[in-house]
Write a protein that binds this ligand. Structure first.
Ligand code: BES
Ligand code: MN
Ligand code: MN
Length: 458
């Protein structure tokens, strides 16, 4: 191992030299619309897997596309020496749809605007993936004695429905000492954080049909049932729309409140409501108290109404009584909530209050409780400090990554997080972006992380 190539200066210089290559590789990936939610993009998802494989091969690594019952995995690696420790980096290569009207440029054209990179998937999660990849190249160049493996998923944004079965099929090739995931956000620029937990997610739809077709509201209105108003009534019994409080009996029973030590970490994380609002361009909040905001986003479950379908939505008013309606809902879950118990309570509640309403469940993700102590957690903190000169805080993440708990369960090893995205990068938002400050620092952070963990006893 050549330690001279692993100083902060040398690694920063490596990142600077590789900038054009980094941008070219990220451009190739961002310009493939690998939207897992859109069946018509299956060909692009496949092309993305092939482009990712080619990326490894261009830079002296090896890669294989592994089939699952859904979209494939990409397994890329540098080294597979049984005498060396192994670290596996997880990212996802699929992206959210990008049909928001606010996009100012084509979402699948990679735009370099100074230090900013724009395009769907630039920060979630192709930019962090390519950053970790260049971090591995830096470690390789210096001869760090470590097998560095990559597992890139192509169904994360639809809840990883085939991840568990796929990972079980291919588990033998993913023997690893630890996993590091780069798919999370900092508090804000200059304030790194690494989650000690993720929320889970459970989506469901409520549907109601009360007639064969839409009816004249002057002829039948007053006597005929209205499915739209009944669903709105049901939803307002389920939750308080102003405060967000869920009124389903027992909904909060299994919630484990954050410990005092955890709360102290949150308090010192550098979080500010003002920055949160401006990073996300939020106009109104349910509370402006910073600790209440953090508890709500990281420590408490939610029920969110995502969509109401039904009735007339054209210009003006059409005075019909709709025949059918649908409400799209999901709940974020926190430790130790259980998807099955939660849905049983919701099902019972719906049946009691409107037995004609049908409840359709989506694939769910369990909440995840992470690790904040031990050498691998220290290595993460150390990597941020080394690369960015800033102390990272252990927080939680309000979002969900289906693969995380599955990797721990199936591979029997621990998952840690070395995220690089910023709130202002706009996960899932129009004009999603990433930037060179996070990428170049991230390359240094990953290289240093690989060096640190290469010395761990197995
Ligand atoms: N990278 C995010 C997860 C995330 C979100 C981490 C917010 C930190 C903060 C991931 O790509 C994601 O968007 N997950 C989805 C999963 C869902 C579509 C099944 C989520 O959380 O909604
Ligand atoms: Mn992501
Ligand atoms: Mn996402």
């Amino acid at each position: 191992m050549n330690a001279d190539l692993l100083t902060r200066e040398s690694l920063s210089q490596f990142a600077a030299e590789q900038r054009a290559a980094f941008e070219a590789e990220l451009k190739t990936l961002v310009e493939i619309p690998s939207i897992s939610a859109d069946p018509s993009k299956a060909g692009d998802v496949r092309r993305c897997a092939e482009a990712a494989k080619a990326l490894f091969e261009r830079h002296g690594g090896q890669a294989e596309i592994l089939e699952t019952e859904g979209n494939p995995f990409i397994h890329g690696w540098f080294g597979s020496d049984a005498g060396l420790p192994t670290i596996t980096v997880y990212n996802h290569m699929d992206v959210q749809p990008a049909n928001e009207p606010e996009w100012v440029a084509d979402p699948f054209t990679f735009v370099v605007d100074g230090d900013t990179y724009k395009g769907r998937g630039s920060t979630d999660d192709k930019g962090p993936a390519v950053t970790a990849f260049f971090g591995a190249l830096a470690a390789q160049r210096a001869g760090v004695p470590l097998n560095i493996h990559f597992l890139w998923e192509l169904e994360e944004e639809i809840g990883s429905p085939n991840f568990e079965s796929g990972l079980k099929t291919h588990a033998a090739r993913f023997k690893t000492d630890a996993i590091v995931v780069s798919d999370t956000v900092w508090i804000t620029r200059g304030k790194p954080s690494t989650p000690a937990g993720l929320r889970g997610l459970k989506g469901f739809r409520l549907t109601l049909e009360t007639a064969d077709h839409d009816l004249h509201s002057g002829v039948v209105g007053g006597a005929a049932r209205n499915p739209l108003s009944e669903l709105i009534e049901l939803v307002s019994k389920m939750m308080d729309g102003d405060t967000g409080k869920v009124k389903i009996p027992g909904f909060y029973d299994e919630v484990v409140p954050p410990s005092e030590a955890e709360l102290a970490g949150w308090r010192n994380s550098g979080f500010s409501v003002e920055t949160f609002k401006s990073d996300h361009m939020i106009k109104g909040m349910r509370t402006e108290d910073p600790m209440k905001v953090l508890k709500r986003v990281w420590g408490r479950p939610t029920m969110e109404i995502h969509g109401v379908v039904g009735g007339y939505t054209g210009p003006g008013i059409k005075s019909a009584v709709p025949a059918r309606a649908e409400v799209k809902v999901s709940c974020r879950l926190v430790p130790d909530m259980d998807e099955g118990k939660t849905m049983a309570r919701i099902r019972k509640f719906v049946k009691k209050h409107n037995p004609d309403v049908e409840l359709h469940e989506e694939h769910g993700l369990a909440p995840f409780k992470g690790h904040v102590t031990g050498p691998y957690a220290e290595a993460i903190k150390d990597a941020y400090q080394f690369a960015f000169g800033a102390t990272c805080s252990f927080t939680r993440e309000g979002g969900s990554i289906g693969a995380v708990k599955t990797m721990e369960d199936v591979l029997g090893c621990e998952v840690y997080f070395l995220g690089l995205s910023l709130p202002s990068h706009g996960y899932h938002a129009p004009n999603e972006n990433y930037d060179w400050e996070q990428a170049s620092g991230g390359i240094v952070a990953f290289a240093h992380y690989f060096q640190t963990v290469s010395a761990f006893k197995r």
